[in-house]
Design a protein around this ligand. Structure first.
Ligand SMILES: [Zn+2]
Length: 166
């Protein structure tokens, strides 16, 4: 898959519609700022500067995560160098640690639960687009296989999730 094909797939599967729900769920300064910045916005309206500033939709609610993830994936594709924090952090959140790499069972189950809560909102086509993003980053990022290969393990996270999309 080429970069333009992947971008098209992301844009087609995540329609740019206004998101009116809660973007974040806590009242800390950081979450309040995100809420104020992104409430009632569409993912294609977020500035590159704000995407780079926040790096990843980690703090977002499941609905906010689904609504704005495409902006982070597309921004991540702009820079796949070793300094690519958006691609890197967005990838980490989509690939919680596999069991044998994690020393803390609580942390693991929290990360997996976090991801499942978000992925359960996604359509099969959206899950497919996320998998395509993960594969693309692993194959095309600077040292992608070395940096990300161990995170993208079929069966342990979304990259191995079943999908009914063709
Ligand atoms: Zn917070």
């Amino acid at each position: 898959m080429t970069d333009p094909e992947l971008r098209d797939q992301i844009r087609q599967t995540f329609p740019a519609v206004r998101f009116d729900g809660r973007v974040t769920s806590c009242d800390c300064a950081e979450c309040t700022d995100i809420e104020r910045e992104l409430r009632h916005r569409r993912w294609d309206e977020i500035s590159v500067a704000y995407l780079d500033f926040t790096c990843t939709p980690t703090l977002f609610t499941p609905g906010g995560f689904q609504a704005f993830l495409p902006a982070y994936m597309l921004r991540g594709l702009d820079d796949l160098s070793e300094d690519s924090v958006v691609a890197e952090f967005t990838l980490y959140i989509l690939c919680p640690p596999v069991p044998e790499e994690d020393d803390d069972g609580n942390l693991l189950s929290r990360d997996v639960k976090y991801l499942l809560e978000r992925v359960s909102l996604m359509s099969p086509a959206q899950t497919q687009a996320i998998r395509a993003f993960l594969t693309f980053v692993q194959e095309n990022a600077c040292d992608g296989e070395k940096r990300f290969g161990r995170f993208i393990t079929p069966g342990s996270n979304i990259s191995g999730a079943d999908s009914t999309a063709p």
